[in-house]
Design a protein around this ligand. Structure first.
Ligand code: ADP
Ligand code: ZN
Length: 662
């Protein structure tokens, strides 16, 4: 390079474009244009922000670099190890690097000028750490030791419901702060578990910064800055908090690590649990994954020696896990609540105790159908039936949000329409009708965030006797006066076309059962089902995680599903059913050809129409790339990504390690 040659850098532009772009550095900006710095660059006819990735000696063939226009920050906006981790994430998920960096920045910073909000003062009560039980003590000491050592290590904390996992997290974080480092705590849905947030604030006060979607843009930007400048050192939040600017990072905790909400299904399709492990590696710190029902992926990582397992086998104060009885509905009448559950509910209320009734379907009826001609009211834009919501007097599509009045008669033949299948609204109504003296409340995503918080508060304060709800009620809540949990129908998720259907059903049953008997009085659980012999139910009823896992792993191995293989879902969607199918078939053919040529030990499953074939007016097809290791899936996906650029008027999304199969 002659002295006249300008210095060259590669920039990740904050725009949905693959790859890095080369720019020249004017001499005047030379000192500020360093890796990790945010700069302004010309992009097409626009001026965009981007991050400098590295310097290079020569521009790629045929590229005439334009000049960097300005340096936007005096100090790097992102900590260095976080920046490198984000570039790695982009690479892993085959996603534009600028888009990944954007996901890590509060919107206000990704799109300057930044908003500024007034800092709201928070009252904090500090409730003192508790003496740990011997099991908790061993777990906390082991993790604390790893924190002290300051090197990467993954732990799986398998603790039964009510065993006090949170207290272990709190202790390990205390140790982390004492060493002058910070921590990230990922939780599935913090809005649904305000109690957890209170416990962290109670212990760490203003050191806590909360990052979740419920907070305003400005507030999120404020919390982000408090973390970035070290005012706060404990970031608690939902999946995106894995990108929180905590530096130096001493520990990452993932609570309820099995929860599917850690997977983002749109834009950057990432799994926050997996990224937590990767980030810990970048930051050279331990990561602690906790659950009563660990994902089979994590369990197999333990078996392969990659994760170290820590166990809490008993509940606090040696309380018993509640006995679970399965109630066989085959041959039963069409009632919603059957005799054993009704009796138990009556007894529970009679003793002044509380109950939770769980049904994983919101609304009043699952669908509205015509008895005469069989017509089912469906969504015109999605291939699903509409759900009847009596409280709002509407039929709603649970996928696209379409809302229409409830028709009186069948639009095809004019006969009356009848509701099929019940939802939480109907359960609430039934309980109120059968137990007029009981105070009943409902908790599901039809209830707004504010109402969820106030309902949880009322239930905790024992102003509500029976709480009816969807999975929201199964989250980590700790209500000591709940002695009965009733599952209205355990079968809703069993038949989904998803290889994890059984695992999900098991997890959710164990979790919801775990809400009973957490206080001084023993609890019990009644589960209504048409499949009392299903392994997921049988093992959940015995709280037998080990037996379920070994049986399910056996099945997965036989069928070649994860954790015994790696997948990448290739989703194709478009306005026209014909061109969508054509594009999917074309990609399938390219993949098959590539496998043949290279003798890759990989397979392509499909293409096939997605189980939900139409969504928001678009046709959907998918194929699955499957291999025994990530590298093989990845190399196949990269080739398909090239091919996908010109397969027609469709959108193609690559979802590495997919979770949703619908
Ligand atoms: P998990 O998350 O494992 O289901 P939690 O962390 O919610 O359990 O703890 C269950 C209950 O036990 C909570 O009310 C918690 O305050 C209490 N608890 C936890 N650890 C202790 C301890 N060492 N001594 C007394 N109570 C504890
Ligand atoms: Zn719809």
């Amino acid at each position: 390079m002659s002295t006249a040659d300008p210095e060259l850098v590669r920039v990740a532009v904050l725009a949905p474009v693959r790859g890095l772009f080369t720019y020249a550095v004017p001499a005047a900006l030379s000192s500020g244009v360093r890796p990790g710095r945010r700069v302004g660059v010309p992009f097409g006819r626009r001026r965009l922000a981007g991050f400098v990735v590295d310097r290079i000696a020569a521009a790629p063939q045929g590229v005439v670099p334009k000049d960097v226009l300005e340096v936007l920050d005096e100090a790097p906006l992102l900590p260095e190890s976080l920046f490198r981790f984000l570039l790695w994430t982009a690479d892993y998920y085959l996603h534009p690097p600028g888009e990944v960096i954007k996901a890590a920045l509060p919107a206000a910073l990704a799109n300057p000028p930044a908003l500024r909000r007034k800092v709201r003062a928070e009252a904090t009560v500090l409730e003192a750490p508790r003496p740990l039980t011997p099991e908790q003590g061993v777990a906390a000491a082991t993790v604390s030791e790893a924190v002290g050592a300051g090197c990467f290590q993954s732990f799986l904390l398998h603790g039964v419901t009510g065993s006090g996992k949170t207290e272990v997290y709190l202790h390990a974080i205390e140790r982390t702060l004492a060493l002058g480092r910070g921590a990230i705590v990922l939780v599935p849905e913090i809005g649904l578990t305000p109690q957890l947030e209170r416990r962290f604030r109670g212990r760490f006060g203003r050191e806590v910064a909360v990052l979740h979607s419920g907070t305003s843009r400005g507030e999120r930007a404020r919390e982000w800055r408090r973390l970035r400048n070290g005012e706060a050192r404990v970031a608690i939040g939902v999946r995106a908090a894995v990108f929180a600017p905590v530096e130096p990072l001493g520990l990452i905790v993932v609570d309820e690590e099995h929860d599917p909400s850690f997977k983002q299904e749109d834009r950057l399709c990432y799994h926050a649990r997996d990224m937590a492990v990767a980030r810990a590696k970048f930051a050279s710190c331990p990561v602690l994954l906790g659950s009563a029902t660990p994902s089979l992926e994590s369990l197999s990582n333990v078996e392969a020696g990659r994760y170290r397992k820590l166990e809490l086998r008993s509940r606090i104060d040696d309380r018993q896990l509640p006995p679970v009885d399965l109630i066989d509905l085959s041959g039963a009448d069409r009632a919603l609540l059957h005799e054993p559950l009704l009796r138990a509910l009556g007894e529970t209320l009679g003793r002044g105790e509380q109950a939770i009734l769980f049904l994983n379907r919101r609304g009043h009826a699952g669908s509205l159908a015509c008895r005469a001609c069989g017509h089912v009211e469906g969504c015109p834009d999605c291939s699903v039936s509409l759900t009847q919501h009596l409280a709002r007097r509407r039929l709603l599509c649970h996928y696209c949000g379409l809302s229409r009045p409830i028709p009186e008669r069948c639009p095809v033949c004019g006969a009356p329409l009848v509701p099929l299948g019940a939802g939480t609204e109907k359960v609430e109504e039934e309980v109120a009708r059968l137990f007029p003296a009981a105070r009943v409340a409902r908790l599901d995503s039809d209830v707004g965030a504010a109402a969820i918080a106030s309902t949880l508060r009322a239930f905790r304060g024992q102003e509500v006797d029976v709480l009816v709800g969807t999975q929201v009620v199964a989250k980590g809540h700790d209500f000591p006066n709940v002695t009965l949990v009733g599952v209205v129908l355990a079968d809703t998720g069993l038949a989904l076309p998803d290889f994890r259907a059984s695992e999900r059903s098991f997890q959710i049953l164990v979790q919801v059962a775990g809400r009973a008997g957490r206080g001084d009085r023993a609890g019990r659980v009644l589960v209504q089902t048409y499949h009392p012999a299903h392994p997921a139910l049988v093992h959940a009823a015995r709280h037998d995680y080990a037996a379920f896992a070994s049986e399910e792993l056996h099945r997965r191995r036989a069928l070649g599903w994860p954790p015994y293989s790696r997948l990448c879902a290739v989703r194709v969607d478009g306005k026209s059913p014909v061109s969508t199918e054509q594009a999917a078939r074309r990609l399938g053919a390219v993949a098959a050809e590539r496998i043949r040529q290279s003798r890759l030990r990989a397979a392509v499953l499909g293409p096939a129409p997605a189980p939900i074939e139409r969504l928001r007016g678009r046709s959907r097809w998918q194929l699955l790339l499957r291999a025994t290791n990530h590298a093989a899936v990845r190399s196949l996906a990269i080739e398909l990504q090239e091919a996908a650029d010109d397969v027609g008027p469709v959108r193609v999304v690559f979802d590495m390690d997919p979770v949703s199969m619908l």
